[in-house]
Design a protein around this ligand. Structure first.
Ligand code: 5AD
Ligand code: FES
Length: 355
């Protein structure tokens, strides 16, 4: 089958409802995945190091204005202990993620990166939001390998609507460009089905994945959080895209976007996300891995903190331990005939120092 990945072609695929054609799309994405990144499923151990946040993103449950969240900040010793656990489970990477926590000074994070990299020997990915550009340079020198920052949408009006202004911030695309110049592997992505997201704008998001030549791309369904403006039903400031143009935040939509992401960026590392697993606890991760994805992000956050990192409700794995998630995911990977990856799992051909 022909896969027209032009703007118009992407829009048509996003709106496709025919089961046979969708099966062909998923099969093509799976074949491209196998040819370009192989059968290994790399495990990126996620440590949610703080749920403090100065931002008020309209979709996010840990936004600063949500007074119902008990806030926590992990100590470096606790974080390093989680990273060691990741190494013991055989993971190749740890991802340090948090809200935009101003107590995380440039130097505090740099020292943390040095310790985590030094004491675990694993690749270190940071996902700490928008920071002054200089911070990214300092952390890179401290040993950070990758940075994740989703651009969330290419539609500038929608972006502003869901990300209330914050003084002095850099545009996300400028940050992504800088991260690339600094030698990070760069990850970005979007949520699927945020109110106001049109077919056209989601197709442009896919085109931007291709244009930015991203190393990692995370796409997952938008899940409404009742304690947020966007999650409050029918909030007048967050209308759906008009005239039947609203993208649904459904499981079916997520698979289409995953498959198209694989077709536009054949060798990218693409996770089967926790948000997808939240919509379908039984099969979501597996189906994601069979329709384009090649990465999973097992949660390592200690159980006491995990429940407090509720960016959306009903998040998968909220009451499991790190060891339970490790076992669970390895079982799921084997069950679909794939193998847990070893080593850091760089984008093929982009390994640091050559290859
Ligand atoms: N539903 C789905 N995904 C969300 N994220 C934040 N809030 C939600 C939500 N309510 C995603 C954003 C962010 C990533 C860490 O989690 O895309 O970049
Ligand atoms: Fe956490 Fe399955 S991955 S319980």
């Amino acid at each position: 089958m022909e896969f027209d990945l032009s703007h118009g072609g992407l829009v048509r695929w996003l709106r496709e409802e025919d089961d046979a054609r969708l099966e062909a799309l998923f099969a093509a994405a799976d074949a491209v995945r196998a040819a370009h990144v192989g059968n290994e499923v790399h495990r990126r151990g996620l440590i949610e190091i703080s749920n403090h946040c100065v931002r008020r993103c309209a979709y996010c449950g840990i936004r600063s204005a949500n007074a119902d969240v008990a806030r926590y900040r992990m100590e470096p010793d606790e974080i390093v202990a989680c990273a060691r656990q990741a190494r013991d489970f055989g993971y190749g990477t740890v991802v340090l993620q948090s809200g935009e926590d101003r107590a995380h000074t440039t130097e505090w994070v740099a020292e943390l990166v040095r310790r985590v990299a030094g004491e675990s020997g694993l690749a270190v990915t940071l996902s700490l939001g928008e920071r002054p550009l200089e911070d990214y340079a300092v952390w890179r020198r401290a040993g950070a390998d990758r940075y994740l920052l989703r651009f969330e949408t290419t539609d500038p009006v929608l972006f502003e609507r869901i990300h209330p202004g914050y003084p002095g911030r850099e545009p996300r695309l400028a940050i992504l460009k800088r991260l690339r110049e600094l030698g990070y592997e760069v990850g970005s992505g979007v949520m699927i089905g945020i109110p106001g997201q049109s077919w056209d704008s989601l197709a442009r998001d896919l085109e931007l994945f291709r244009e930015l030549d991203l190393d990692m791309i995370g796409v997952g369904p938008y899940i409404p959080h009742p304690a947020t403006p966007l999650g409050a039903d029918g909030h007048p400031d967050f209308p759906a895209a008009p005239d039947g143009g609203q993208v649904p935040n459904s499981e079916a939509m997520t698979y289409k976007v995953l498959a198209l992401t694989r077709l536009v960026r054949p060798d990218a590392n693409i996770p089967s996300t926790t948000a997808l697993a939240t919509l379908n606890t039984e099969q979501g991760r597996e189906l994601g891995l069979q329709r384009g994805a090649n990465i999973v992000m097992p949660n390592l956050t200690p159980p006491a903190y995990r429940a407090l990192y509720e960016i959306y409700p009903g998040k998968a794995c909220i009451s499991e331990t790190a060891a339970q998630c490790a076992l669970c995911l390895d079982g799921r990977i084997h069950a679909i005939g794939r193998v847990p990856g070893t080593g850091p799992g760089w984008r093929p051909g982009h390994e640091p120092g050559g290859a």
